[in-house]
Design a protein around this ligand. Structure first.
Ligand SMILES: [Zn+2]
Length: 589
């Protein structure tokens, strides 16, 4: 046996307890969150097994350099702890597992949105738990002690640990796949539940996606044009307006029967509007939803946006000058997916540039550029207006004078006193959104246009709504109907109506997914081309009813029909909602 200068504690044997403490320390940063996720039944044991195996890797440095065990363990532990915070906190707030798509969505949001998110979910109890979590790591670190092995045994053990942890899977995936990239992707899937890989891999995938987007913008130029494009209105001056809302659940609009008068202006315009009351979004996130709304991609063909023209491109091909006015988070012209769409337009108005005044950003800012665009002398115009709508934090979405809902009047009994300010601020945000959308319609109408304006929201939002009155926000992993039900309204100008009379009465209640929106838009605009499917148009006589698929289309097995969303727990039998339901006035959506 080799002699060492500093005598090991358990000379002649292995200090198993020392090894155990060391392992427990490294495991802690991946294992705690994964164990919580497993225990709460959100996901199976795969993540916990991954955490176990991946944590084994960190035993190697202290075994090879036992003299520096405390320093090495401290440095590795600090890194693991830092990288694990996002996943740990995400679980605390959302009760869900952190994933690549969360990172993706985080990076898609700008600084404004991210800090608002924090404000939205901030609570001292979360801070306490996070501090306790860090304290636990520190206490374990105090238990870490050097484990001395004879040099050759240490090397052998390291090799064994490396193989167990990552080596075996790495080699296996390399042998299994011919392409290195595919092997790497598969390998990553096997370690991504553990810190720090969750962040590292997520960020790498995000960068990949970003590069894809840049390439997409370049290659969108090369997507072959539509074949056999025909336009009923060819050669006429036409202005078509698409208003995209944000995080607006139609159930909170009085236009859709909500008891509080949250949309007085649209209610007043009701006779001029076609109000479609059965449209849902495929996905409760902006980018993921609009990726389908604004392209030929849908839940069954999620990648079609890469190879087929976007709505902006379709309209350009039909001879329209295209404009993109956005009050959405664009500190700069960010190279993101949404930017890809907006950059395809002829002119852009990025209004949300103000980094410091992030707290207050009102959609009223779109009105002035909208009027300017309407005054542009291009004969054929397609205008996209992208609102911030009723995105959290709700109280930042409206000026003081729109703070009209402040008490319990019209509020369901299920809303607690703690929840009331948030509940009210959402209704106030809807009220201001009503002002913006109706103002857009009125400004448009004032130009006596030949065309139409269509408003829909990218997705809904749960703000303590029945039948899950405890849910706030959006979560594809735990869907509730308010996250999906969106307003969808159409204003046709008198000139347009005269030219293209159409009876909408049969279409207003059709169940429809906005994932097929491009076909509805083309139909309304009087466009025909190869690939246009009238049965996917909400307003076509050939409309065909389809399942309203929701969920992540990258996991097709998990797609479900919107109507299969079940309340998370049975409604409180004494609640107003439950009473109305018993009386047959309410049916769970
Ligand atoms: Zn959104």
């Amino acid at each position: 046996m080799a002699t060492t200068k500093s005598a090991p504690a358990g000379r002649g044997g292995i200090d198993w307890a020392g090894l155990g403490w060391m392992f427990l320390f490294f495991w802690y940063f991946s294992g705690v969150t994964q164990a919580l996720i497993w225990a709460s039944g959100i996901a199976g044991s795969t993540g916990s097994r991954q955490a176990l195996l991946a944590s084994v890797l960190w035993l190697i440095p202290p075994l090879l350099f036992p003299g520096r065990t405390r320093l090495l363990a401290g440095a590795i532990g600090a890194l693991l702890w830092l990288c694990s915070l996002a996943g740990f906190a995400y679980f605390l707030v959302y009760g869900q597992e952190f994933s690549q798509s969360v990172i993706f969505i985080m990076f898609e949001s700008n600084v404004n949105e991210a800090s608002e998110y924090l404000g939205h979910y901030f609570s001292w109890s979360i801070v306490l738990v996070v501090v306790a979590y860090g304290l636990g790591g520190w206490l374990l670190w105090r238990k870490v002690r050097p484990v001395y092995l004879p040099r050759r045994a240490a090397l052998l053990a390291s090799l064994l640990l490396f193989t167990t942890s990552v080596g075996y899977q790495g080699v296996r995936q390399l042998l299994k796949h011919e392409e290195f990239q595919v092997a790497l992707d598969d390998f990553e899937k096997r370690i991504e539940a553990a810190s720090p890989w969750q962040l590292v891999i997520g960020y790498r995938h995000y960068l990949q996606q970003l590069a894809n987007m840049e390439a997409l913008l370049a290659s969108s130029e090369r997507i072959p044009p539509l074949k056999n494009l025909a336009d009923v209105h060819a050669g006429q001056p036409v202005t078509l307006v698409l208003v995209i809302g944000e995080s607006t659940n139609r159930q909170r609009l009085s236009l859709y029967g909500y008891p509080r008068p949250t949309t007085p202006n649209l209610d007043r315009l009701r006779d001029e509007l076609q109000v479609f009351d059965n449209v849902v979004t495929p996905r409760p996130y902006t980018i993921e939803a609009l990726q389908q709304v604004l392209t030929f991609a849908d839940q069954e063909h999620p990648d079609l946006y890469l190879t087929t023209p976007s709505l902006v491109s379709v309209m350009k091909q039909a001879g329209y000058k295209t404009y993109w006015i956005t009050n959405q988070q664009t500190i700069t012209k960010r190279n993101t997916m949404l930017t890809t769409f907006s950059e395809q337009a002829d002119e852009q108005f990025y209004l949300n540039n103000n980094r410091d005044q992030n707290a207050r950003q009102y959609d009223g800012g779109v009105l002035e550029p909208f009027s300017r665009v309407l005054a542009d002398d291009a004969p054929r115009k397609f205008v996209v207006v992208h609102l911030l709508g009723t995105h959290m934090r709700y109280q930042y979405r409206y000026p003081q004078e729109f703070e009209r809902f402040t008490d319990r009047t019209g509020v369901p009994d299920s809303v607690t006193d703690d929840q009331l300010p948030t509940y009210n601020s959402y209704d106030n945000a809807v009220l201001y959104n009503d002002h913006v959308v109706s103002s857009l319609i009125e400004r448009f109408r004032a130009t006596d246009p030949n065309g139409f304006l269509l408003y829909l929201a990218d997705h809904g939002e749960a703000v303590f709504d029945a039948p899950d009155p405890e849910v706030l926000g959006r979560n594809e992993g735990a869907p509730t109907s308010p996250m999906y039900t969106v307003p969808f309204i159409l204003w046709n100008s008198p000139k347009w109506r005269a030219q293209q009379p159409r009876d909408f009465a049969t279409a207003l209640h059709r169940p429809y997914s906005s994932s097929h929106f491009i076909h509805t838009w083309a139909d309304l605009a009087g466009l025909r081309f190869d690939g246009f499917e009238p049965d996917k148009s909400l307003v076509s006589a050939d409309f065909k009813r389809r399942p309203l698929l929701i969920g992540n289309p990258q996991q097709p097995k998990n797609l479900i029909d919107f109507s299969l969303i079940k309340p998370k727990k049975p409604a409180d039998p004494s609640s107003e909602f439950a009473q109305r339901e018993r009386e047959g006035k309410e049916r769970p959506l």
